[in-house]
Design a protein around this ligand. Structure first.
Ligand SMILES: [Zn+2]
Length: 269
């Protein structure tokens, strides 16, 4: 079922998606959704009696040589197995899919005629990384950034903006999670503004230089927040798909903020 909604074929070649912990033939009555498979989330899922935890981010993306319980990843693996809770990842396949991370962001922002910024090599025309679309009405960068701030879950870092506060924006490019690889795609698509997360100094600086301070402007948001928005939609989609096939499964979404930053210091008195 998960494979129908978020096909593994849509995942990027470097990614690791699908089952991580558990047996494929185990019965599942309760599912828990979260962005990160961190210990607090795993505790939450196990305490809720979940049979399956679906996370956006992989637990074991890079190679490990041990899952001994003294390591934090090993402890997570042990806690899951000992609690009878499986773990499954829907990462870049969850980004690219129809109804995935980028579609949800695009819908919440009210973008019209949205299409992928980087279409999937294999798949439907609607599938791929990032989205580009148009706001029903143009606005200023400052107001639009406030809208973006308002729709995202609250995090310590807020949102950072590069560009003229009074500049006009209507054509919007976005990519949930770390999207600096699509900076040039946003420019080539003639976006007025590009929303993504984890923008580092050099890619951001060079993107601003390349357009001489003009559009696309940049809005840098919390990685966690940009992807959390997908969870309620994904839970609802999976719930409906399972109900259509006659399965009665309880699905919950984690309320834990797994953005790693705790507070933010700004200048001034
Ligand atoms: Zn991510």
């Amino acid at each position: 079922m998960v494979e129908d909604l978020w096909p593994a074929a849509l995942a990027e070649p470097w990614d690791a998606v699908g089952p991580v912990v558990g047996r494929r033939d185990s019965a599942v009555g309760t599912i828990h959704f979260a962005v990160d498979p961190v210990s607090e989330v795993v505790e939450e899922a196990c305490a809720a009696g979940a049979d399956l935890l679906i996370t956006h981010h992989p637990l074991l993306l890079r190679g490990v040589t041990t899952v001994e319980a003294g390591t934090f990843k090993g402890e997570v693996v042990h806690r899951l197995i000992e609690s009878g809770c499986a773990l499954l990842t829907a990462h870049t396949n969850g980004d690219s899919a129809v109804g995935g991370v980028n579609d949800v962001l695009s819908e919440i922002l009210g973008l019209q005629d949205a299409e992928p910024l980087h279409p999937a090599a294999e798949g439907l025309a609607e599938e791929g990384l990032g989205r580009i679309g148009t706001l029903p009405r143009g606005t200023t960068l400052g107001e639009f950034a406030a809208t973006v701030f308002g729709i995202l879950p609250a995090v310590a870092g807020g949102v950072r903006v590069a560009g003229d506060r009074d500049g006009f924006v209507q054509r919007v490019a976005l990519c949930g999670g770390a999207g600096d690889s699509l900076l040039s795609a946003a420019r080539e698509a003639e976006a007025d503004v590009y929303i993504t997360a984890d923008l580092r100094h050099h890619p951001a600086s060079e993107a601003r230089e390349a357009v001489r301070g003009r559009r696309p402007y940049l809005i840098d948001v919390s990685h966690f927040a940009s992807e959390w928005l997908w969870l309620p939609a994904a839970a609802q989609t999976l719930d409906r798909a399972l109900a259509d096939r006659g399965y009665d499964v309880e699905i919950a979404v984690s309320g834990i903020n797994t953005d790693p930053w705790d507070f933010f210091v700004v200048g001034g008195p």
